[in-house]
Design a protein around this ligand. Structure first.
Ligand code: G3P
Ligand code: CA
Length: 371
């Protein structure tokens, strides 16, 4: 059972959350919708805490994220957990656990050979014995100091956090769950889609203005999800290649095709927005500076789709050359992420995925003219 601490201004939200928390699986009462332009905590606040941990999501909310983003994979016993990929040696201590040494395998995931330990070979109870570690310690040595402290969270635990923090702060905290490797999980009889929608509906997320965006790099699973729910859906777009489900179906269309004006009109038949790589909106020029914007913003808005590009990171290696600061070759020093965000906001985006929501919040508020 949840505990609620009601705050002024959060009554409507609280009523809805209280209903769902008390087992009232569905309710006509909806929380306050999210703002039109949103700061999305990418894997939480992954520049400040190891990604996809409750500590990372909590930090993201505390420093101003409107929405927190769990990528989702499945356990052996069918529980959705927050990891960027199903192979977990890069973000957990699984390789140091002798009791799991024999589970190391090589598998083909989305047509790529991957060696390691896979969530689908572990029960939730087993995964809960692992601890998270920093993915990119060379860039984020401060995060590595948290290695070994945090569990892998379930989707339900992420939702519980968003609900509790919504009531604590009086702000609606949204969630942005992404189905990872959906065709693969379907192929091993652990499909993600119905379990995701069942959990969202059971937690009271219903309707077009619910504080949730469901995202995927694949297309067919989003079309499948559209038949299950009217919750907001976002089609992710990569700067290269094609959706894995297209490859499996022998469909030659690429992400570039989907991002065309005609492709976006087709996306709008099942989705409410697109999540492109930021370079699809403003490509880099020959000097690795921000170049000339494409027509993606205009075309997406013409198709009535919102745009939430990824991923805005504060460290120099992830920034355009002329926005790097200090030792521009440093892996750890931070550049002018706020300036990059300002340029993208002025290009017309409707939100962004960022690893440091504190900078994202300040940039968004400055853009919106808030103090
Ligand atoms: O989902 C938006 C963004 O997170 C996509 O990239 O690889 O971080 O999931 P990735
Ligand atoms: Ca993601």
């Amino acid at each position: 059972m949840y505990k609620f601490s009601l705050v002024p201004g959060a009554a409507l939200l609280s009523a809805n959350l209280l209903l769902s928390a008390c087992g009232g699986a569905s309710s006509d009462i909806q929380p306050t919708p999210l703002p039109a332009k949103v700061v999305i905590g990418h894997r939480g606040a992954s520049a400040l805490r190891p990604e996809h941990t409750i500590a990372s999501y909590t930090k993201a909310i505390e420093i101003g994220a409107d929405v927190i983003e769990p990528d989702l994979v499945s356990t052996k016993d069918g529980v959705l957990v927050a990891r960027h990929e199903n192979e977990i040696s890069g973000t957990t201590n699984v390789a140091e656990k002798p009791e799991f040494a024999a589970r190391k395998q090589t598998k083909k995931i989305d047509n790529v050979s991957v060696t390691g330990w896979f969530t689908e070979d572990f029960t939730l109870a087993e995964l809960k014995t692992l601890r998270a570690k920093e993915r990119i310690p060379a860039n984020r040595p401060e995060n590595a100091k948290f290695d070994g402290q945090f569990e892998i969270p379930t989707l339900q635990e992420v939702i519980d956090l968003a609900k509790a923090k919504s009531i604590e702060t009086g702000r609606t905290i949204g969630i942005y769950p992404e189905t990872k490797h959906p065709s693969y999980f379907k192929s091993i009889n652990l499909p993600l889609e119905k379990r995701l929608i069942d959990i969202l509906h059971a937690n009271g997320y219903r309707g077009k203005t619910a504080p949730v965006f469901i995202q995927s790099f694949e297309v067919s699973n989003l079309k499948e999800i559209r038949k299950m729910t009217d919750l907001p859906i976002v089609q992710l777009l990569s700067g290269s290649g094609q959706p894995e489900d297209f490859r499996l179906a022998g469909d030659s269309r690429s992400y570039a095709d989907i991002a065309s004006a005609a492709g976006l009109l087709e996306v709008a038949t099942y989705a409410n927005g697109v999540g492109p790589s930021k370079e699809m909106i403003i490509p880099r020029d020959a000097q690795n500076n921000l170049g000339v914007p494409t027509s993606l913003v205009k075309n997406a808005h013409a198709a009535n789709l919102v745009l939430h590009p990824y991923t805005f990171r504060p460290e120099n290696p992830f920034l355009p050359a002329n926005l790097r600061k200090g030792n521009v070759a440093s892996l750890t020093e931070r550049g002018d992420l706020a300036a990059e965000l300002k340029i993208f906001l002025e290009a017309g985006i409707d939100g962004f995925f960022t690893d440091d929501p504190s900078i994202g919040r300040a940039a968004m508020d400055a853009y919106l003219g808030k103090k």
